[in-house]
Design a protein around this ligand. Structure first.
Ligand code: WTA
Length: 653
């Protein structure tokens, strides 16, 4: 991969941009003037996009804004699932493929048309109604990447029951906390899913979680792996018994535009994850518009593959709601990128003629590490657009993506957004905006962002600052489930009147935006958002641990890696196995994604005179840098000792 480095440095040095090819300009779904039109009257721009949805009752106003609370299209009535399915089938598109589903085991495939999906969703909606689920009730979904996951989400949406999808990699404890926080009464899960070749124990985790969730009265279980599961009579129901005997039609009800669509838990700066709430019409408007313009979608021809998990917001917005609202055809792949060989992804692209690929830099770096031979041995010429999301993309990965995967023909859209924003906020528009390796470029039409200092003043081009959003947008979160104060404090208090994203950014001399990463205690590990406090909390819950400090250290593949500094209680003798035990313990409390890469057991942690742990210095230690200013420390010798310890433990590896 290093052969690209000089080339990239030269390009960046020249400040070179990649301009859209004439072909692309000709076919692009957006034009230059869209920025001016949207800027002149953002509300009118979004209202026009919203009119592309199917409404039972049209809205009369676009935005009602009482900072920090916004409502969009408030007096309109619609049904999210009708917008994703019924209207396409009614328009004669029932035979169009909604999903090419690819299971992890080779040859395991399903082709699901819009008509098939509508029938599945109708049956699932009837089944949920039979199980007593009513509009407003919350339903937890803990499923692998199978078509039933999409059907379950849309069935909830159809009957107005907000879903809370929980990523299958979360542990029983993490699952229980999320079920309790949103007070879910029904859980939809599977006997397992295939990941890394082995069936996962989803049902076991649900059983363990439900020991502390007495209000869950029904569990719907999809049979996927055929492995044996324990069964609670009266509570547990097989999907194939309850859903598949239902009528294939279901009369949907229209709900108000602001009816809750879903809650998605994400990590913030405290140990407790936040339930980010999204409502119906604004969210659908935002994700369908961005999906159409950012990916230059041609719904009748494209095959879009958003290679993300449905358990995260990228899956919600760009595997489920955006593509389905637009009547697009997607690939849904269950497994890891190297299941059945390191060319699995490229075989999928070739087999289904994928035209638009959207994934995270961490995956691009992994694929790049495996070498050019794997993509080179497949015909990837169907690809015409590539997207990146989840973390800053380093120019080297960007160039590899462009040349080796995109054959220097595909524009790259580096899209910045968050669980809270619902959809894409900062991105180039293919065919319209020039691109630069590593830059997210500019705000989407109708969105206004700025880079500001602590007082909220714009910083000059070339200087770093905080990324803020200046005015409300349709997909913005309507709040944190059950915690309105935390919503105001986290997003609306740092820079008054503006949405504070928690990311650092800068504008270059051309005024183009570069997102630099989190400026708070949120880590980004392989595109997964995790809070340092959450991992610390899990570590100190172990009987041997006295104190823990966790930092995210730069990592060439995963973006950041979790490094933990731990002190043990006075009477504890440190066994050789302790580090492994602590990693397993974190895995059990949160999930495997949260296991620290490095745990350093140290006699003390560096603290200020007022007793605060100095994470800044621990980050220096973790990243093997010279230590920063230590003058405010109670005892600078402590951090020097930790630094020494870290160096000697890394050289032992
Ligand atoms: C980071 C994922 C740089 C950022 C959609 C943000 C990015 C967090 C980019 C949200 C990008 C996402 N460039 N950083 N293109 N996209 N991020 O909620 O730090 O899982 O705040 O949403 O990912 O992560 P989340």
């Amino acid at each position: 991969m290093s052969e690209h480095v000089e080339e990239i440095e030269a390009l960046l040095h020249e400040g070179r941009r990649f301009f859209p090819s004439p072909d692309f300009v000709a076919q692009a779904n957006a034009t230059k003037s869209i920025y001016e039109i949207a800027d002149a009257d953002p509300e009118a721009f979004w209202a026009e996009q919203a009119r592309g949805l199917t409404w039972e009752h049209p809205f009369s106003t676009a935005l009602n804004w009482t900072p920090p609370n916004a409502t969009w299209f408030e007096d309109g009535l619609l049904n999210a699932s009708v917008n994703c399915l019924d209207r396409h089938v009614a328009a004669g598109l029932g035979d169009r493929v909604a999903y090419f589903w690819v299971g992890e085991p080779e040859g395991d495939q399903r082709r699901i048309t819009y008509a098939d999906l509508l029938a599945m969703v109708s049956q699932a909606a009837n089944a949920l109604t039979e199980l007593g689920v009513k509009a407003g009730d919350r339903v937890a979904i803990y499923l692998p990447m199978i078509p039933e996951a999409v059907a379950a989400m849309l069935a909830c949406a159809r009957i107005g029951a907000p879903h809370s999808v929980i990523f299958g990699g979360f542990s029983a404890d993490a699952l229980a906390n999320r079920i309790l926080d949103a007070d879910c009464r029904v859980v939809i899960t599977a006997d397992g899913g295939f990941r890394r070749g082995a069936p996962s124990a989803l049902k076991d985790n649900v059983d363990a979680a439900l020991a502390s969730c007495p209000d869950v009265h029904a569990v719907l279980v999809v049979r996927r792996t055929e492995q044996a599961v324990t069964w609670v009579e009266g509570r547990d129901h097989w999907w194939h018994n309850v859903v598949e005997r239902q009528a294939m039609t279901h009369t949907p009800e229209a709900f108000p535009a602001e009816h809750p669509l879903y809650v998605m838990y994400t990590s913030g700066t405290t140990a407790k994850p936040k339930g980010i709430l999204h409502t119906t019409a604004g969210y659908l408007t935002h994700v369908s518009t961005t999906h159409r313009m950012v990916f230059d979608l041609k719904a009748d021809r494209d095959v879009v593959w958003t290679a993300a998990d449905i358990g995260w917001v990228t899956g919600h917005s760009y595997i489920v709601y955006g593509p389905l609202c637009n009547g697009a055809t997607s690939v849904l792949y269950e497994g890891v990128p190297d299941a059945g060989g390191k060319d699995r992804w490229w075989r999928i692209v070739e087999e289904f003629g994928v035209t638009i690929l959207y994934t995270a830099p961490t995956t691009i770096r992994t694929l790049m590490k495996w070498g050019d031979g794997f993509p080179d041995s497949h015909d990837l010429s169907s690809l015409r657009l590539l997207g990146s999301v989840g973390e800053p993309i380093n120019p080297e990965a960007w160039m590899w993506y462009r040349s080796v995967i995109g054959g220097n023909n595909c524009p790259i859209v580096d899209t910045w957004w968050q669980t809270e924003t619902g959809g894409i906020m900062v991105t180039p528009l293919p065919g319209v905006t020039a691109t630069k390796p590593g830059a997210a470029m500019r705000a989407f039409p109708g969105i206004s962002v700025d880079v500001v200092d602590h007082e909220g003043n714009s910083v000059p081009d070339g200087e770093g600052g905080f990324l803020v959003v200046n005015r409300p947008w349709p997909g913005m979160t309507r709040g944190i489930w059950g915690d309105p104060e935390r919503f105001i404090e986290t997003y609306w208090s740092q820079v008054p009147g503006r949405y504070f994203a928690g990311d650092g950014a800068k504008r270059d001399e051309d005024g183009d935006l570069w997102v630099l990463g989190r400026i708070d205690d949120v880590m980004n590990v392989s595109g997964h958002r995790l809070s340092t406090a959450e991992v610390e909390h899990a570590l100190v819950a172990h009987h041997a641990v006295a104190e823990a400090a966790v930092v995210g250290a730069a990592d060439a593949t995963t973006g950041q890696a979790i490094v933990a500094f731990v002190t043990v209680k006075a009477n504890v003798v440190v066994a050789e196995t302790l580090v492994e035990e602590l990693r397993a313990h974190v895995g059990q409390l949160i999930g495997p994604i949260a296991k620290p890469k490095t745990i350093l057991i140290t006699p003390e942690l560096p603290k200020t005179r007022s007793g605060k742990i100095m994470r800044r210095l621990l980050r220096d230690v973790a990243e093997h840098r010279a230590l920063g200013d230590t003058t405010t420390l109670l005892d600078p010798a402590v951090v020097e000792m930790i630094d020494e310890l870290m160096r000697s433990s890394s050289s032992d590896d």
